[in-house]
Design a protein around this ligand. Structure first.
Ligand code: MG
Length: 263
């Protein structure tokens, strides 16, 4: 008797399971059909946006050339867009369209300040190899005066991975090492989103950075943890727009063709 009863319950369960599956399929098919019917009745123009239009610009002719809406920060001629740490004209050298760090003269920074940007910059490690690790071809590009994208000769020189060329210094290791030989020109193409702070100075959203090194993706929307520190962990402090800083780390690193687009 008990066996017959349990068989009855079991078969009843199978029956209800079948009903459930059937009803689920029925509703899914009905919903899909309804959606298809709905889309058929939609005017495609309802999702076409004509205003505003994307501003028309002229891209640079050659690879890496500034587009028409860029601010050219260095065209090989002068330091008109830059100041030294003392507020005077930088003491770095300009020769043959190239600026080169002069040891001990200090960092240089842009007169203009920026928030969200696209930045193109070309750099070259010294062809004469001197030093090792952080002492070989070290410079750096600081976004908003705080967040360093490392410039270093990382071709055949070892250092900590989160301090090599293309790292966000002591925060993010580059996805690959795309470094060229010392003495060869290299490019960084950067897309940078500035951090946001509330009126009372609290961090609302951190900074993000995407970097192509010689055309290769090395930082993919990396979240910056705060100012890049040599010692200790980063802590965000509220700030406004900031300059681009190029670092004097005592090595004769060179730069050319620097342009920026405000986003
Ligand atoms: Mg550096």
């Amino acid at each position: 008797m008990a066996l017959r009863k349990s068989l009855f319950i079991f078969s009843g369960n199978i029956q209800s399971m079948r009903t459930t599956i059937f009803l689920t399929l029925f509703f899914v098919v009905t919903a899909l059909h309804a959606q298809y019917e709905d889309r058929n009745s939609i005017d495609p123009k309802a999702t076409e946006i004509y205003e505003p239009k994307a501003p028309k610009i002229t891209p640079g002719e050659a690879a890496g050339a500034a587009p028409s809406d860029a601010i050219v920060l260095f065209n090989g001629k002068d330091f008109s867009e830059w100041v030294g740490k003392d507020g005077a004209s930088p003491k770095w050298e300009i020769k043959d369209g190239v600026m080169t760090v002069v040891k001990g003269t200090g960092d240089i920074k842009t007169k203009r300040t920026f928030g969200d940007v696209q930045l193109h910059i070309e750099w070259r490690s010294p062809s004469v190899i001197v030093g090792e690790g952080q002492g070989r071809g070290n410079s750096g590009i600081f976004l908003q005066e705080r967040y360093e994208l490392q410039v270093l000769d990382s071709y055949e020189s070892q250092t900590y991975s989160n301090g090599q060329a293309g790292s966000i210094y002591k925060q993010h290791i580059p996805l690959v090492n795309a470094t060229k030989k010392p003495g060869e020109w290299q490019t960084y193409d950067v897309i940078y989103t500035a951090p946001r702070f509330s009126n009372n100075g609290r961090l609302v959203s951190p900074a993000y950075i995407t970097v192509l090194h010689n055309g290769v993706l090395i930082q993919n929307h990396s979240q910056i943890w705060g100012p890049t520190e040599y010692k200790g962990l980063p802590v965000y402090m509220s700030h406004d727009k900031g300059s681009i800083i190029l670092q004097d780390h005592s090595n004769p690193v060179s730069y050319r063709n620097i342009w920026i687009r405000e986003l």
